[in-house]
Design a protein around this ligand. Structure first.
Ligand code: DAH
Length: 342
Protein backbone atom coordinates (compact mmCIF):
# COMPACT_ATOMS: atom_id res chain seq x y z
CA UNK A 1 0.00 0.00 0.00
CA UNK A 2 2.62 2.45 1.12
CA UNK A 3 4.65 1.72 -1.97
CA UNK A 4 1.66 2.29 -4.20
CA UNK A 5 0.83 5.64 -2.57
CA UNK A 6 4.44 6.65 -3.00
CA UNK A 7 4.32 5.70 -6.68
CA UNK A 8 1.16 7.76 -7.24
CA UNK A 9 2.71 10.76 -5.58
CA UNK A 10 5.82 10.53 -7.78
CA UNK A 11 3.78 10.22 -10.96
CA UNK A 12 1.65 13.21 -9.94
CA UNK A 13 4.72 15.36 -9.50
CA UNK A 14 6.06 14.25 -12.87
CA UNK A 15 2.74 15.02 -14.53
CA UNK A 16 2.49 18.46 -12.92
CA UNK A 17 5.97 19.36 -14.10
CA UNK A 18 5.44 18.09 -17.66
CA UNK A 19 5.49 20.76 -20.34
CA UNK A 20 4.80 20.34 -24.06
CA UNK A 21 6.31 22.37 -26.86
CA UNK A 22 4.14 20.92 -29.58
CA UNK A 23 1.40 18.44 -30.37
CA UNK A 24 3.90 15.55 -30.52
CA UNK A 25 4.88 16.19 -26.91
CA UNK A 26 1.24 16.18 -25.91
CA UNK A 27 0.74 12.87 -27.72
CA UNK A 28 3.82 11.39 -26.04
CA UNK A 29 2.29 12.42 -22.71
CA UNK A 30 -0.97 10.68 -23.59
CA UNK A 31 0.78 7.44 -24.53
CA UNK A 32 3.00 7.41 -21.46
CA UNK A 33 0.26 8.13 -18.92
CA UNK A 34 -3.11 7.47 -20.48
CA UNK A 35 -2.41 4.90 -23.18
CA UNK A 36 -3.52 1.25 -22.92
CA UNK A 37 -0.09 0.38 -21.53
CA UNK A 38 0.24 3.66 -19.71
CA UNK A 39 1.03 4.34 -16.08
CA UNK A 40 -2.54 5.20 -15.07
CA UNK A 41 -3.79 1.81 -16.34
CA UNK A 42 -0.94 0.14 -14.54
CA UNK A 43 -1.75 1.78 -11.21
CA UNK A 44 -5.44 1.00 -11.68
CA UNK A 45 -4.45 -2.64 -12.12
CA UNK A 46 -2.93 -2.62 -8.63
CA UNK A 47 -6.43 -2.24 -7.18
CA UNK A 48 -6.80 -6.02 -7.06
CA UNK A 49 -3.99 -6.26 -4.49
CA UNK A 50 -5.57 -3.77 -2.15
CA UNK A 51 -7.25 -5.37 0.91
CA UNK A 52 -11.06 -5.27 0.75
CA UNK A 53 -11.56 -2.89 3.68
CA UNK A 54 -9.30 -0.33 2.00
CA UNK A 55 -10.80 -0.66 -1.49
CA UNK A 56 -13.34 2.18 -1.11
CA UNK A 57 -10.88 4.74 0.19
CA UNK A 58 -8.31 3.70 -2.38
CA UNK A 59 -10.83 3.77 -5.23
CA UNK A 60 -11.57 7.43 -4.53
CA UNK A 61 -7.90 8.25 -4.48
CA UNK A 62 -7.32 6.48 -7.78
CA UNK A 63 -10.20 8.29 -9.46
CA UNK A 64 -8.89 11.61 -8.35
CA UNK A 65 -5.46 10.65 -9.66
CA UNK A 66 -6.87 9.66 -13.05
CA UNK A 67 -8.83 12.91 -13.37
CA UNK A 68 -5.71 14.87 -12.50
CA UNK A 69 -3.76 13.26 -15.34
CA UNK A 70 -6.63 13.63 -17.80
CA UNK A 71 -7.12 17.31 -17.13
CA UNK A 72 -3.41 17.92 -17.54
CA UNK A 73 -3.63 16.22 -20.93
CA UNK A 74 -6.60 18.42 -21.94
CA UNK A 75 -4.58 21.52 -21.07
CA UNK A 76 -1.57 20.34 -23.07
CA UNK A 77 -3.79 19.62 -26.05
CA UNK A 78 -5.41 23.04 -25.96
CA UNK A 79 -2.09 24.79 -25.79
CA UNK A 80 -0.69 22.96 -28.78
CA UNK A 81 -3.57 22.89 -31.28
CA UNK A 82 -2.30 25.38 -33.89
CA UNK A 83 -0.08 23.52 -36.38
CA UNK A 84 1.29 21.57 -33.48
CA UNK A 85 3.02 24.72 -32.27
CA UNK A 86 2.76 26.04 -28.77
CA UNK A 87 0.26 28.89 -28.65
CA UNK A 88 0.47 29.48 -24.95
CA UNK A 89 2.26 32.78 -25.22
CA UNK A 90 -0.96 34.74 -25.79
CA UNK A 91 -1.16 38.17 -24.16
CA UNK A 92 -4.28 37.79 -22.06
CA UNK A 93 -4.32 41.49 -21.22
CA UNK A 94 -5.21 42.40 -24.83
CA UNK A 95 -8.82 43.63 -25.22
CA UNK A 96 -11.18 40.99 -26.63
CA UNK A 97 -13.05 41.30 -29.91
CA UNK A 98 -16.53 42.68 -29.28
CA UNK A 99 -19.42 40.31 -29.98
CA UNK A 100 -22.00 42.16 -32.07
CA UNK A 101 -25.33 42.29 -30.25
CA UNK A 102 -28.57 42.74 -32.17
CA UNK A 103 -31.32 45.21 -31.28
CA UNK A 104 -35.04 44.71 -31.21
CA UNK A 105 -36.93 45.86 -34.28
CA UNK A 106 -38.61 49.25 -33.70
CA UNK A 107 -42.02 47.78 -34.54
CA UNK A 108 -41.51 45.07 -31.92
CA UNK A 109 -40.48 47.66 -29.35
CA UNK A 110 -43.62 49.71 -29.99
CA UNK A 111 -45.91 46.65 -30.16
CA UNK A 112 -44.54 45.44 -26.82
CA UNK A 113 -45.14 48.86 -25.28
CA UNK A 114 -48.73 48.90 -26.52
CA UNK A 115 -49.33 45.38 -25.24
CA UNK A 116 -47.84 46.15 -21.85
CA UNK A 117 -50.07 49.22 -21.36
CA UNK A 118 -53.25 47.29 -22.15
CA UNK A 119 -52.15 44.34 -20.04
CA UNK A 120 -52.09 46.70 -17.07
CA UNK A 121 -55.78 47.38 -17.74
CA UNK A 122 -56.54 43.66 -17.68
CA UNK A 123 -56.49 42.95 -21.43
CA UNK A 124 -55.19 39.54 -22.52
CA UNK A 125 -53.31 38.97 -25.78
CA UNK A 126 -55.09 36.99 -28.51
CA UNK A 127 -53.73 35.93 -31.88
CA UNK A 128 -55.24 34.63 -35.07
CA UNK A 129 -54.06 33.33 -38.45
CA UNK A 130 -52.70 35.64 -41.17
CA UNK A 131 -54.34 33.47 -43.80
CA UNK A 132 -58.06 33.91 -43.22
CA UNK A 133 -61.38 33.01 -44.74
CA UNK A 134 -63.88 35.56 -46.03
CA UNK A 135 -66.20 35.05 -43.06
CA UNK A 136 -63.76 35.95 -40.29
CA UNK A 137 -62.17 38.84 -42.18
CA UNK A 138 -65.32 40.36 -43.70
CA UNK A 139 -68.66 38.62 -43.21
CA UNK A 140 -68.61 38.26 -39.43
CA UNK A 141 -67.45 41.85 -39.11
CA UNK A 142 -70.57 43.04 -40.91
CA UNK A 143 -68.78 44.03 -44.10
CA UNK A 144 -71.41 43.67 -46.81
CA UNK A 145 -70.80 41.60 -49.94
CA UNK A 146 -70.29 44.67 -52.07
CA UNK A 147 -67.97 46.51 -49.68
CA UNK A 148 -65.04 48.03 -51.59
CA UNK A 149 -62.51 46.54 -49.16
CA UNK A 150 -63.40 43.09 -50.51
CA UNK A 151 -62.26 44.15 -53.94
CA UNK A 152 -59.33 42.31 -55.47
CA UNK A 153 -57.61 45.65 -55.63
CA UNK A 154 -57.34 45.82 -51.85
CA UNK A 155 -57.31 42.22 -50.77
CA UNK A 156 -54.78 39.54 -51.61
CA UNK A 157 -56.92 36.52 -52.39
CA UNK A 158 -55.21 33.15 -52.23
CA UNK A 159 -58.19 31.36 -53.67
CA UNK A 160 -61.75 32.20 -54.64
CA UNK A 161 -64.47 29.79 -53.72
CA UNK A 162 -63.64 28.77 -51.11
CA UNK A 163 -62.34 32.22 -50.28
CA UNK A 164 -58.92 32.25 -48.70
CA UNK A 165 -57.17 35.57 -48.30
CA UNK A 166 -54.44 37.37 -46.38
CA UNK A 167 -56.24 39.18 -43.58
CA UNK A 168 -56.66 42.88 -44.29
CA UNK A 169 -57.09 43.86 -40.64
CA UNK A 170 -56.73 42.34 -37.17
CA UNK A 171 -60.50 42.74 -36.67
CA UNK A 172 -60.62 39.14 -37.90
CA UNK A 173 -59.12 38.13 -34.55
CA UNK A 174 -62.13 39.72 -32.81
CA UNK A 175 -64.27 37.28 -34.75
CA UNK A 176 -62.10 34.34 -33.72
CA UNK A 177 -62.16 35.36 -30.06
CA UNK A 178 -65.94 35.82 -29.94
CA UNK A 179 -66.34 32.47 -31.64
CA UNK A 180 -64.48 30.75 -28.81
CA UNK A 181 -65.15 32.82 -25.69
CA UNK A 182 -68.15 34.05 -23.78
CA UNK A 183 -68.26 37.58 -22.29
CA UNK A 184 -66.65 39.13 -20.36
CA UNK A 185 -64.05 39.42 -23.13
CA UNK A 186 -61.11 41.79 -22.88
CA UNK A 187 -58.39 41.19 -25.48
CA UNK A 188 -55.83 42.95 -27.59
CA UNK A 189 -54.66 41.37 -30.81
CA UNK A 190 -51.34 42.46 -32.29
CA UNK A 191 -50.48 41.18 -35.75
CA UNK A 192 -49.47 41.67 -39.35
CA UNK A 193 -52.02 42.55 -42.02
CA UNK A 194 -51.85 42.73 -45.81
CA UNK A 195 -53.28 45.03 -48.47
CA UNK A 196 -52.67 45.21 -52.15
CA UNK A 197 -51.00 48.64 -52.21
CA UNK A 198 -48.13 49.91 -54.27
CA UNK A 199 -45.11 50.20 -52.03
CA UNK A 200 -44.03 53.77 -51.31
CA UNK A 201 -42.87 55.89 -48.37
CA UNK A 202 -46.49 56.16 -47.18
CA UNK A 203 -48.00 52.79 -48.10
CA UNK A 204 -46.92 49.17 -47.94
CA UNK A 205 -48.42 45.85 -48.89
CA UNK A 206 -48.06 44.64 -45.31
CA UNK A 207 -48.11 46.49 -42.01
CA UNK A 208 -49.04 45.91 -38.39
CA UNK A 209 -52.07 46.59 -36.27
CA UNK A 210 -53.20 46.16 -32.69
CA UNK A 211 -56.88 45.45 -32.28
CA UNK A 212 -58.74 45.82 -28.99
CA UNK A 213 -62.07 44.33 -27.91
CA UNK A 214 -64.00 44.62 -24.67
CA UNK A 215 -67.41 42.98 -24.32
CA UNK A 216 -69.32 42.81 -21.05
CA UNK A 217 -72.50 44.06 -19.41
CA UNK A 218 -72.74 47.86 -19.24
CA UNK A 219 -69.71 48.72 -21.36
CA UNK A 220 -70.21 52.29 -22.56
CA UNK A 221 -68.66 54.81 -24.89
CA UNK A 222 -67.27 56.54 -21.79
CA UNK A 223 -65.28 53.35 -21.06
CA UNK A 224 -63.91 53.42 -24.61
CA UNK A 225 -62.82 57.05 -24.28
CA UNK A 226 -61.26 56.60 -20.88
CA UNK A 227 -59.35 53.46 -21.94
CA UNK A 228 -57.93 55.10 -25.04
CA UNK A 229 -57.13 58.29 -23.17
CA UNK A 230 -55.18 56.27 -20.61
CA UNK A 231 -53.34 54.51 -23.42
CA UNK A 232 -52.31 57.80 -25.07
CA UNK A 233 -51.05 59.30 -21.83
CA UNK A 234 -48.96 56.22 -21.06
CA UNK A 235 -47.65 55.90 -24.59
CA UNK A 236 -46.95 59.52 -25.49
CA UNK A 237 -46.83 61.40 -22.20
CA UNK A 238 -49.21 63.33 -19.97
CA UNK A 239 -49.26 66.47 -22.11
CA UNK A 240 -50.67 64.72 -25.18
CA UNK A 241 -54.19 65.84 -26.08
CA UNK A 242 -56.80 63.63 -27.75
CA UNK A 243 -59.92 64.29 -29.79
CA UNK A 244 -62.60 61.98 -31.16
CA UNK A 245 -64.19 62.52 -34.55
CA UNK A 246 -67.36 60.75 -35.70
CA UNK A 247 -66.60 58.15 -38.37
CA UNK A 248 -68.00 55.04 -39.99
CA UNK A 249 -66.96 51.40 -39.73
CA UNK A 250 -69.36 48.57 -40.59
CA UNK A 251 -68.46 46.68 -37.38
CA UNK A 252 -69.08 49.53 -34.92
CA UNK A 253 -72.01 51.87 -34.24
CA UNK A 254 -71.41 54.63 -33.34
CA UNK A 255 -67.84 54.85 -34.67
CA UNK A 256 -65.10 57.35 -34.03
CA UNK A 257 -61.57 58.05 -35.10
CA UNK A 258 -59.15 59.32 -32.51
CA UNK A 259 -56.52 61.98 -33.13
CA UNK A 260 -53.69 63.02 -30.84
CA UNK A 261 -51.96 66.37 -30.78
CA UNK A 262 -48.99 66.20 -33.15
CA UNK A 263 -45.86 65.13 -31.30
CA UNK A 264 -43.55 66.29 -34.05
CA UNK A 265 -44.50 69.99 -33.99
CA UNK A 266 -46.33 70.13 -30.64
CA UNK A 267 -49.55 71.13 -32.41
CA UNK A 268 -48.27 74.18 -34.26
CA UNK A 269 -48.44 72.49 -37.67
CA UNK A 270 -45.94 70.49 -39.75
CA UNK A 271 -46.01 68.14 -42.73
CA UNK A 272 -46.64 65.02 -40.56
CA UNK A 273 -49.93 66.51 -39.27
CA UNK A 274 -50.56 68.24 -42.61
CA UNK A 275 -50.50 71.55 -40.76
CA UNK A 276 -53.57 70.73 -38.67
CA UNK A 277 -51.77 70.05 -35.36
CA UNK A 278 -53.59 66.67 -35.07
CA UNK A 279 -52.67 63.14 -36.19
CA UNK A 280 -55.13 60.27 -36.52
CA UNK A 281 -53.94 57.17 -34.68
CA UNK A 282 -56.88 54.79 -34.53
CA UNK A 283 -60.41 53.81 -35.42
CA UNK A 284 -62.88 52.73 -32.75
CA UNK A 285 -66.50 52.41 -31.74
CA UNK A 286 -69.18 50.42 -29.96
CA UNK A 287 -69.36 46.88 -31.33
CA UNK A 288 -72.25 46.65 -33.79
CA UNK A 289 -75.11 44.49 -32.40
CA UNK A 290 -75.03 42.44 -35.62
CA UNK A 291 -71.42 41.51 -34.94
CA UNK A 292 -72.30 40.34 -31.41
CA UNK A 293 -75.23 38.34 -32.74
CA UNK A 294 -73.05 36.66 -35.35
CA UNK A 295 -71.50 34.93 -32.37
CA UNK A 296 -74.71 34.36 -30.41
CA UNK A 297 -73.84 37.04 -27.88
CA UNK A 298 -77.10 38.60 -26.64
CA UNK A 299 -76.89 42.26 -27.75
CA UNK A 300 -79.64 43.25 -25.30
CA UNK A 301 -77.56 42.04 -22.41
CA UNK A 302 -74.01 42.79 -23.58
CA UNK A 303 -72.33 45.79 -25.16
CA UNK A 304 -68.74 46.27 -26.16
CA UNK A 305 -66.18 48.59 -27.61
CA UNK A 306 -63.46 47.92 -30.16
CA UNK A 307 -60.55 49.77 -31.65
CA UNK A 308 -57.77 49.22 -34.15
CA UNK A 309 -54.50 51.08 -34.52
CA UNK A 310 -51.53 50.93 -36.87
CA UNK A 311 -48.22 50.14 -35.19
CA UNK A 312 -46.19 51.86 -37.94
CA UNK A 313 -48.05 55.13 -37.33
CA UNK A 314 -47.37 55.03 -33.59
CA UNK A 315 -43.74 54.20 -34.33
CA UNK A 316 -43.51 57.08 -36.79
CA UNK A 317 -44.70 59.49 -34.11
CA UNK A 318 -42.47 58.07 -31.39
CA UNK A 319 -39.31 57.69 -33.45
CA UNK A 320 -39.94 60.06 -36.38
CA UNK A 321 -39.54 57.40 -39.03
CA UNK A 322 -40.58 59.05 -42.27
CA UNK A 323 -40.52 56.18 -44.74
CA UNK A 324 -42.49 52.94 -44.27
CA UNK A 325 -40.07 51.01 -46.43
CA UNK A 326 -37.34 51.35 -43.81
CA UNK A 327 -39.14 48.86 -41.55
CA UNK A 328 -38.64 45.94 -43.89
CA UNK A 329 -35.38 46.74 -45.64
CA UNK A 330 -33.26 45.23 -42.86
CA UNK A 331 -30.64 47.94 -43.08
CA UNK A 332 -28.63 47.60 -39.87
CA UNK A 333 -27.76 51.30 -39.93
CA UNK A 334 -31.47 51.96 -39.43
CA UNK A 335 -32.19 49.03 -37.09
CA UNK A 336 -29.38 49.64 -34.64
CA UNK A 337 -30.66 53.11 -33.78
CA UNK A 338 -33.43 51.57 -31.65
CA UNK A 339 -32.38 50.46 -28.22
CA UNK A 340 -35.71 50.29 -26.42
CA UNK A 341 -35.71 48.18 -23.31
CA UNK A 342 -38.74 46.04 -24.09
N1 DAH B 1 -60.22 47.42 -38.94
C1 DAH B 1 -60.01 48.85 -39.10
C2 DAH B 1 -58.97 49.10 -40.18
O1 DAH B 1 -58.25 48.21 -40.53
C3 DAH B 1 -59.58 49.49 -37.84
C4 DAH B 1 -60.64 49.49 -36.80
C5 DAH B 1 -61.54 50.52 -36.74
C6 DAH B 1 -60.77 48.42 -35.91
C7 DAH B 1 -62.55 50.53 -35.81
C8 DAH B 1 -61.77 48.42 -34.95
C9 DAH B 1 -62.66 49.49 -34.92
O2 DAH B 1 -61.94 47.45 -34.08
O3 DAH B 1 -63.64 49.48 -33.98
O4 DAH B 1 -58.86 50.16 -40.68
Amino acid sequence: MEVLLQQIETIKQEVAAFSANNADDAEAFRIKYLGTKGLVKHIMGEMKNVPNEKKKEFGLLLNEFKQFVESKYETLKELTVDNGQLTANIDFSLPGSPVPVGTRHPLSIVRNQIVSIFKRLGFAVAEGPEIEDDWHNFGAMNLPEDHPARDMQDTFYISKNPDWLLRTHTSSVQARVMENQKPPIRVICPGRVYRNETISARAHCFFHQVEGLYVDENVSFADLKQTLYFFVQEMFGKDTKVRFRPSYFPFTEPSAEMDISCLICGGSGCNVCKHTGWVEILGSGMVHPKVLENFSIDANKYTGFAFGMGVERICQLKYRVNDLRLYSQNDVRFLKQFTGAL
